[in-house]
Design a protein around this ligand. Sequence first.
Ligand code: SF4
Ligand code: SF4
Length: 63
Amino acid sequence: MIIVEENKCDFCGTCVAVCPVDAIELFEAQIDILHDRCIDCDLCVWICPIEVLHTVEKEMASA
Ligand code: SF4
Ligand code: SF4
């Protein structure tokens, strides 16, 4: 699953534009990953210009 490094996103919207399934929602000062919709393609991880998106194993994320 995809996580965002807390307090590091600059809300540029680049990841929102590339997500093929609209699984990223951007608000004025908040970004949400809709994990139910995400297909783990990792496009957003590669495209983020400041590298604040990361892929983690689901088990790690819930630990
Ligand atoms: S990994 Fe792919 S599907 Fe999931 S949020 Fe990123 S771009 Fe969207
Ligand atoms: S591309 Fe990176 S910096 Fe831009 S909105 Fe997405 S997570 Fe934030």
